[in-house]
Design a protein around this ligand. Structure first.
Ligand code: ADP
Ligand code: MG
Length: 285
């Protein structure tokens, strides 16, 4: 009977570290033709390392990293964690004043009455900073103090070990649009997309624009899944036909908004989920 088959499928999935919140989601998995991935923490480790500091002021490398760390200490974005780790001896300010984390852009805060900005080009442009665009690959965090550009800090992430294999297996399973969304810059996104052989990618998106992009892709697909790890991903997970959360590092909001939760953050678990869903279909009919 139908319920037995679905329960069997859900049980089998859970034994494989895949939490499926209902039998209808197994059915949706069987009909997928589009999978949209978030980049950071989903296809990449989300484990950034500072690889370069380009200084355009009188500060030393260590001082630049300290200023950045002092405003990043209240953020739990992977970018912030990497900067704090690179700044060996920054002073913890119990209160950086008027701290603001601007999603998809960076940090704005006051340190000792100085206005500090740490974030991407969008943040610099919005605040009319004359910054020096870097051509290094990686994610650039531009740093400014009282309207004056100080430095760019380059940080790099790594692809997850199984990401490439997962993408190619999903292609073989008939997913004809494998796409990526990211708030990160065009160059870094292009590099990730081409090394994984993704069909499409969309970069420099604000959280709202991620939702809009998914809405657009919903029109041109039969069934669409979005895979994300959390920070800002909940609205996109909720909007997709099937929301898949990376549960290991994922935020509570993402886990709650998702229809399927992967207990370990491996893209290859999606291949397993599709295989289990296909097996369940055999059991049901
Ligand atoms: P993704 O889509 O890759 O998950 P986010 O939407 O979280 O990325 O962030 C998009 C971009 O916004 C980052 O690549 C970075 O340039 C900037 N950004 C976000 N948070 C921070 C932060 N705490 N410090 C500096 N830059 C940040
Ligand atoms: Mg993210």
């Amino acid at each position: 009977s139908i319920p037995l088959g679905f329960f069997g499928g859900i049980g089998l999935a859970s034994k494989n570290g895949i939490l499926v919140k209902g039998g209808n989601y197994l059915e949706a998995l069987n009909k997928l033709d589009t999978i949209v991935f978030d980049k950071t923490g989903t296809l990449t480790e989300g484990n950034f390392k500072v690889t370069e500091v380009n200084i355009c002021s009188d500060y030393s490398r260590e001082e630049i990293l300290e200023i950045a760390a002092e405003v990043e200490q209240f953020s739990n974005h992977p970018i912030a964690l990497s900067i704090i780790e690179a700044a060996k001896n920054y002073k913890k300010h119990s209160a950086a004043n008027n701290y603001q984390e601007i999603s998809g852009a960076g940090i704005k805060a006051e340190l000792d009455n100085n206005l500090i900005l740490a974030g991407n080009e969008r943040l610099m442009q919005k605040n009319n900073i004359e910054y020096e665009k870097t051509d290094s690959t990686g994610t650039a965090v531009y740093l400014a103090k009282n309207g004056e550009f100080l430095a760019s800090i380059i940080i790099s992430d790594q692809l997850k070990d199984d990401a490439k294999a997962a993408v190619s297996e999903l292609k073989e399973l008939g997913i004809n649009n494998l796409a990526m969304l990211t708030g990160d810059n065009q160059l870094t996104a292009a590099k990730v997309a081409s090394s994984l052989k993704l069909d499409n990618f969309y970069a420099e998106l604000l959280p709202d624009q991620k939702v809009e992009k998914v809405e657009e892709l919903l029109h041109s697909s039969n069934k669409l899944a979005f895979v994300g790890d959390g920070i800002n991903d909940a609205p996109v997970l909720a909007r997709s036909d099937l929301g898949i959360a990376m549960g290991g590092l994922g935020s509570d909001a993402a886990i709650e908004a998702a229809d399927v939760v992967l207990m370990t953050d491996e893209p290859s678990k999606i291949v397993s989920a599709l295989n289990i869903a296909a097996k369940t279909k055999e059991l049901v009919w």
